[in-house]
Design a protein around this ligand. Structure first.
Ligand code: UT7
Length: 313
């Protein structure tokens, strides 16, 4: 039996940083409101960089960190909700830019849960024998969807990308646990990004209530499906939507030894990029070590959610 594991990670954020004070010059807001309600101090905003640039940079770093070359990749999956082009789709453009020779490639859009969905489908493809080495990327230019006169959204989102290289391994070395995924059909309009020049809007309080009540039991279920009690986790990387949401879920999860990713403070909400970005930084800083079990859990627009326990590269 074949399974998969993450062999390396990488991330990229555009250099331009917007502080809360910068935003207070554009809209009626202030540093105190943003920090206390969402926990964000800064976010990175793409200027020249396209979505494909962000995704390619993160993927190149993941390949370099794992000592792997592009020509060994046979599957490229990009999770994003901010692709401007319908064709060519992002994964095809990234594969071409990286020089991956003729891989299977596709995009996934389940908004903020996209990376966990993408990771699950790549793991399933490897388990099915349809791929042997995959690049899984979460990339977003959320700034393309922002109305810079709307204080309820412009302070929240940021741009960036994170990537993972997956490889086939024997089942007993599996590094990606079973996925728990689903949608909330009554709340399809709680996060909306629509139109040819799309603007994001959300029912913030409804999403907040859903995330802080429904996600923790699903996160616990994800651990149990992986054969692990949450108390055994060494890390917890939730979608970086809001520091209050992350801390509320972490408290209910019951994982006292887990490092909790709080990258939202520096990066804002980068939708499908937020989980691989935060995970890659924790590994790069040595806060998580090789083999550590880490719970990833994405949730947001759709409303949709997905999560799995992974072993750190
Ligand atoms: O990643 C996609 C999934 N999305 C989420 O997970 C989002 C979940 N929701 C949230 O994180 C929070 O609901 C928000 C951060 C979006 C908003 O925080 P909140 O504590 O729920 O604020 P609110 O929307 O209830 O607004 C409270 C007040 C309002 O003023 P009034 O009506 O009470 O006078 C807003 O107009 O805060 C006002 N407000 C602001 N004030 C200063 C809204 N945005 C701002 C702002 N600065 N940037």
């Amino acid at each position: 039996m074949t399974a998969s594991r993450i062999v390396s990670l990488g991330h990229y954020q555009p250099p331009k940083v917007l502080t809360n004070d910068d935003l207070a010059k554009l809209v009626d807001t202030d540093d105190e409101w943003i920090r206390s309600r969402v926990g964000i101090r800064t976010r990175h905003i793409a200027v020249e960089e396209t979505l494909v640039d962000l995704a390619t940079e993160a993927a190149q770093k993941a390949l370099a960190n794992g000592g792997r070359s592009a020509d060994g990749i046979d599957l490229v999956v990009v999770a994003t909700c901010t692709a401007v082009e319908r064709s060519p789709f992002t994964a095809a453009s990234v594969a071409a830019r990286l020089g991956v020779p003729g891989p299977a490639a596709y995009d996934i859009n389940t908004v903020c849960s996209g990376f966990s969905y993408a990771l699950a489908t790549a793991d399933h493809a490897i388990r099915a024998g349809a791929a042997t080495r995959a690049l899984v990327i979460g990339a977003e230019r959320m700034s393309d969807t922002i109305d810079w006169t709307d204080r309820s959204t412009c302070v929240i989102f940021g741009d960036g990308a994170g990537a993972a290289v997956l490889e086939a391994v024997p089942d007993e070395q599996a590094g990606i646990g079973p996925v728990v995924w689903g949608t909330e059909p009554e709340k399809t309009d709680a996060v909306v990004i629509t139109g040819w020049d799309p603007t994001i809007s959300q029912q913030g309080q409804a999403v907040f209530r859903w995330a802080t009540t429904k996600i923790a039991p699903l996160a616990r279920e994800t651990c149990l499906k992986a054969g692990l009690d949450p108390s055994e986790l060494k890390g917890f990387v939730a979608h970086q939507a809001n520091l209050r949401i992350i801390d509320a879920i972490a408290k209910k999860l019951g994982a006292p030894d887990a490092v909790v990713a709080r990258d939202v403070v520096d990066s804002g909400n980068t939708s499908a990029a937020s989980i691989p970005l935060a995970l890659s930084k924790l590994v790069e800083r040595g806060e998580l070590r090789s083999g550590d079990p880490v719970l990833l859990f994405g949730f947001g627009g759709g409303l949709a959610y997905a999560g799995q326990v992974v072993r750190c590269p």
